[in-house]
Design a protein around this ligand. Structure first.
Ligand SMILES: [Cu+2]
Length: 308
């Protein structure tokens, strides 16, 4: 179960109960409106038994009715509170406790045989990521996040300048990124998928805040392992963004692509690299009119990934 599942479930339960209570209340009002209506021109014929505003319930049948209605309400409300609290505790701690800070405090090793330790550094105006997966640390100099599907990700967020908030709305996850502090949370993506600007800043941090977002790529665990072991998550990202690979590609396809890239680099060499470097710096600032070239810029990212 992931955070997104938990919040979805809480929402459904509260919506369902609220709707049920609403239906009962409306039906009771309609029943009373009908039962105490005028009869044959006589207004309020059952005035004696009619419920009035502010009336205290005395309880019919020896107080049984009163006890039942209070008792049932108490049971419903108390179980809701306890259940919701338990669910939120799970959201906070994560499987095996990885929501409390990964590595350092994995409380129940059996619950998580593997997970991604994700270090998030925020600064104006980009997040950067350090993946650690089964002992492999990959510094990701690209402003993109690649994670494996079906593996919990432990997030440790901090900032190098002002307050930011790392968040992925799709997975209902947020962590404040504050200078000098570490915020922990976790998430889990169930299926491979590509989320355009899936990672965003949720704390108004300055002039560039609205641009502080990155694409999120969820790939199969096999593909992720292959990419991270060859220190090539950047290449993987570029290939997916170019359309050369998809989030559903296999490790074999990725290796084929990497081999093709290498032989390309050897063949074309300087010409390609020079062009790409320029387009990357264009994307950065001056050429505001070059909006259409953004796809070329992405190619640039990919190429420079190959260089590293
Ligand atoms: Cu911001």
């Amino acid at each position: 179960m992931t955070q997104a599942d938990v919040f979805e479930l809480i929402f459904q339960v509260f919506l369902g109960l609220g709707t049920l209570v609403g239906i009962v209340v409306v039906l009771y009002i309609m029943y009373n409106a009908y039962a105490y209506k005028d009869e044959d021109g006589v207004a309020d014929p059952k005035a004696d038994s009619r419920p009035t505003v502010g009336e205290l319930p005395v309880g019919g049948k020896g107080g049984k009715k009163l006890f039942l209605s209070f008792g049932l309400s108490a049971i419903i409300v108390l179980s809701l509170i306890i259940w919701t609290y338990g669910m939120l505790l799970f959201v906070e701690q994560g499987p095996g406790g990885i929501g409390q800070g990964g590595d350092v405090q994995v409380q129940n090793q059996e619950e998580v045989d593997e997970y991604v330790d994700l270090q998030v550094y925020a600064s104006a105006f980009s997040f950067s990521y350090n993946h650690e997966y089964q002992g492999n640390t990959v510094e990701n100099e690209f402003d993109q996040l690649v994670v494996p599907a079906d593996v919990p990700v432990s997030v440790n967020a901090t900032s190098r300048d002002v307050w930011h908030t790392f968040g992925i709305s799709e997975f209902r996850v947020k962590a404040d990124a504050i200078p000098g502090e570490n915020s922990h949370t976790w998430f889990e993506a169930e299926e491979p998928g590509y989320y355009d600007t899936g990672v965003q800043c949720y704390e108004l941090c300055g002039r560039g805040h609205s641009g502080m977002n990155h694409d999120l790529i969820v790939v199969s665990e096999d593909l992720y392992t292959t990419a991270i072991e060859s220190q090539a998550t950047g290449d993987l990202f570029g290939a997916i963004q170019n359309g050369d690979l998809s989030v559903d590609s296999t490790p074999a396809e990725f290796e084929e692509y990497m081999a093709a890239q290498e032989s390309d680099d050897g063949g074309n060499g300087d010409g390609t690299d020079g062009g790409n470097n320029e387009s990357t710096s264009d994307g950065g600032n001056t050429d505001g009119s070059n909006g259409n070239e953004s796809t070329t810029d992405d190619g640039g990212n990919n190429e420079s990934g190959g260089d590293n």
